[in-house]
Design a protein around this ligand. Structure first.
Ligand SMILES: *[C@@H]1O[C@H](CO)[C@@H](O)[C@H](O)[C@H]1NC(C)=O
Ligand SMILES: *[C@@H]1O[C@H](CO)[C@@H](O)[C@H](O)[C@H]1NC(C)=O
Ligand SMILES: *[C@@H]1O[C@H](CO)[C@@H](O)[C@H](O)[C@H]1NC(C)=O
Ligand SMILES: *[C@@H]1O[C@H](CO)[C@@H](O)[C@H](O)[C@H]1NC(C)=O
Length: 389
């Protein structure tokens, strides 16, 4: 079981929903955002899938261009950014102070494993939203906080972020060389001055490109992710990037759970079959899954428990396609969404002042009805009520 939380953001309605895949803390796979949401079970069941529909009660309309599904491993909940929200079992929550433009890609945000804080880089600021004390829905509003001016700017960068060892790797930042990322140290709220360099182990390194990136879970759930799947937009491959630093010392590798030669390394896997830049990805500790925008699902047994890639691993197509969902365009009203959108052109420049004014104020969010607020409403949904056998 997993509970779901949708963040309604200021994103214009789409004709067709962008689906996503995600695991629960027990490594069961789900696909969301199709005509229905389904549970696909553990990897042992994927070779002959028997999808189980989840309750659709109150699920978000999946009408964002950049929807992103983040697993909170500790609360076994999924947070959905950019899916808007509706009602009922997807319980919802008000947030305040979201910037006009919350994210510009499907890999813009990460959820820190240890603190349950979302970080995202927008045009003007890095902002965060703290779910540390939230198990289902918080009674009041949660405020987006300004973390500061990022070292990277998203104006000319389609943000491609994934967490590893409580740091955030930003892939494909303009000017940063291939095989390197710009790096934010979450628990010290600090940008490393120099890019972090990764050494290719037995294969190619990753190119200097944006794309999609997600974390792999760690076999020991109390530990944060140490590996990312990075799929660059040129589809030259799929890359397993391993980053490790001990919390207490940047150079102490004695407690590393992987072989020393894998610390700060890149291992190359074959490129995904579907070369769809808006596909979404999720990984357990051993398997990575892609769902493309047509609902086709592919999976690969990416790494073993020892963090090395499985020799000869290939992407397999799941014998089940999530039927695309066409979002109704009338219900929540184009006007509700177009008010924020109208300010969209100014968002890049007004974002800073608006966001920095936030922590104090509740501007906008409270007066809202669903779908109408500037990136300000969240919906929490308990998949717990869905009928999963
Ligand atoms: C969202 O996607 C639609 C369809 O591709 C496009 O027309 C629209 O401009 C996009 N909106 C934004 C804000 O990117
Ligand atoms: C791994 O990368 C991090 C971040 O750049 C760095 O602090 C650490 O020293 C590196 N570890 C090793 C063993 O090179
Ligand atoms: C998981 O990691 C924690 C923290 O390092 C450690 O205390 C625990 O023993 C580990 N559990 C297993 C099963 O290895
Ligand atoms: C880490 O660096 C410090 C200072 O440079 C040094 O004293 C220490 O021995 C190093 N530790 C390891 C495990 O290499």
């Amino acid at each position: 079981m997993i509970s779901k939380l949708a963040l309604a953001t200021l994103l214009p309605a789409l004709a067709a929903a962008l689906p996503c895949v995600q695991f629960d803390a027990s490594r069961n796979l789900y696909a969301f955002g199709g005509e229905q949401d389904v549970s696909l079970g553990a990897s042992s069941a994927w070779s002959s899938p028997s999808p189980k529909p989840l309750s659709s009660e109150g699920r978000p309309p999946w009408n964002g261009n950049y929807s992103q599904c983040l697993l909170s491993q500790n609360s076994n909940a999924m947070y959905v950014l950019g899916a808007d929200s509706s009602d009922a079992s997807w319980s919802k929550q008000v947030t305040t102070g979201a910037p006009d433009v919350l994210q510009n890609s499907r890999s813009a945000s990460i959820l820190d494993h240890n603190t349950n804080v979302i970080y995202t880089v927008g045009p003007a600021n890095m902002v965060s939203l703290d779910f540390g004390a939230v198990t289902n829905t918080a009674a009041g509003a949660l405020a987006w906080q300004v973390v500061g001016t990022p070292q990277i700017a998203s104006q000319n960068y389609r943000v491609t972020a994934a967490a590893a060892s409580n740091h955030i790797n930003y892939y494909g930042v303009p000017g940063t060389p291939a095989g390197s990322t710009n790096m934010f140290v979450v628990h010290y709220s600090y940008w490393q001055p120099q890019p972090a360099a990764y050494t290719a182990v037995g294969g190619r390194n990753f190119p200097a490109q944006s794309g999609q990136a997600v974390s792999l879970l760690t076999p020991n759930s109390t530990l944060p992710p140490y590996q990312n799947l990075f799929v660059p937009d040129d589809f030259s491959g799929a890359y397993i990037v391993t980053h490790y630093t001990a919390d207490w010392s940047w150079n102490d590798t004695r407690s590393a759970p992987m072989a020393v030669n894998l610390i700060n390394s890149t291992q190359a896997l074959p490129a995904p079959t579907a070369q769809d830049k808006e596909a979404s990805y999720a990984c357990s500790d051993t398997d990575c899954v892609q769902i493309d925008t047509q609902g086709n699902i592919y999976y690969i047994n990416a790494v073993g428990k020892d963090y090395t890639i499985a020799p000869g691993a290939t992407w397999q197509k799941l014998d089940y396609t999530l039927k695309p969902y066409v979002a109704p365009t009338t219900s929540s009203g184009p006007n509700a969404l177009s008010a924020p959108t109208g300010t969209g052109n100014a968002a890049a420049s007004s974002g800073a002042s608006q966001a920095s004014a936030t922590p104090a104020g509740n501007s906008g969010a409270q007066s809202t009805h669903r779908g109408g607020v500037l990136g300000a409403m969240l919906a929490v949904a308990a998949l717990a009520i869905a009928s999963i056998a």
